[in-house]
Design a protein around this ligand. Structure first.
Ligand code: PEP
Length: 249
């Protein structure tokens, strides 16, 4: 089953109004494959979501970087899934390793967030990935399987989920996984989906790679059979993000 290439840009906690305008101008002027070939989603900080949505070309979409685990209310500083839906923001990133590590988001909490976001009609980019210590101790698959299980248990419609494999040791470090390392984990994850969720879901679910992807390394990674796109951090703030979108071709 053909899986449409997916490229997400995670801007993290970066940007001023002027910088945002500059990035959007670059994206809007870029010649990239049509949305039948590649799905592009950019994820600015909350405060810029509507601004970006109002300026961004209509064939690219917008994602929030997080949302609250349940219905909004007395949760100071949080943003609810309902609010994102109300603003017509279609996507949300959940379980990014920075939040798992810095804000102690557990597998269970991430799973609950995925459940609530999906229940409200959002589409989810669910992030998983092992630390260097976990990789070196040989527990990569056990770690990512446990993270995936916590998410998979809460998914009712896999059409609305993209799985982002992001080894923590590769995020923001400039130390990208080799194409073989990425392919190995993506292939294992697809096997896991096949055995634990179902063959059709395994065949159709996009598994994207994140971790120091840039304009120079994206082609080789994109050529791997189980790499269905990217979640890009640092390079999504730069013009080379356009080259990464073109890696689909
Ligand atoms: C990310 O934050 O999801 C990410 C992959 O970052 P970077 O591309 O900067 O490694």
């Amino acid at each position: 089953m053909a899986r449409k290439f997916f490229v997400g840009g995670n801007w993290k906690c970066n940007g001023t109004t002027e910088e945002v305008k500059k990035i959007i101008t670059t994206l809007n002027e870029a010649e990239v494959p049509s949305q039948d070939v590649v799905e592009v989603v950019v994820s600015p900080p909350f405060v810029f979501l509507t601004f970006v949505k109002s300026l961004l070309r209509s064939d690219f979409h917008v994602a929030a970087q997080n949302c609250w685990v349940r219905k909004g209310g007395a949760f100071t500083g949080e943003i609810s899934a309902e609010m994102l839906v109300n603003l017509s923001i279609p996507w949300v990133i959940i379980g990014h390793s920075e939040r798992r590590a810095l804000l102690n988001e557990s597998n269970e909490f991430v799973g609950d967030k995925v459940a609530y976001a999906l229940s409200q009609g959002l589409k989810v980019i669910a992030c998983i990935g092992e630390t260097l210590e976990e990789r070196e101790s040989g527990s990569t698959m056990a770690v990512v399987a446990a993270q995936t299980k916590a998410v998979a248990g809460k998914v009712t419609n896999w059409d609305n989920v993209v799985l982002a494999y992001e080894p923590v040791w590769a995020i923001g470090t400039g130390k990208v996984a080799t194409p073989a390392q990425a392919q190995e984990v993506h292939c294992e994850l697809r096997k896991w989906l096949h055995e634990n969720v179902g063959g059709d879901i395994a065949a159709s679910t996009r598994i994207i790679y994140g971790g120091s992807v840039n304009g120079a390394n994206c082609k080789e990674l994109a050529a791997q059979p189980d790499v269905d796109g990217f979640l890009v951090g640092g390079a999504s703030l730069k013009p080379e993000f356009v080259d990464i979108i073109k890696a689909a071709m």
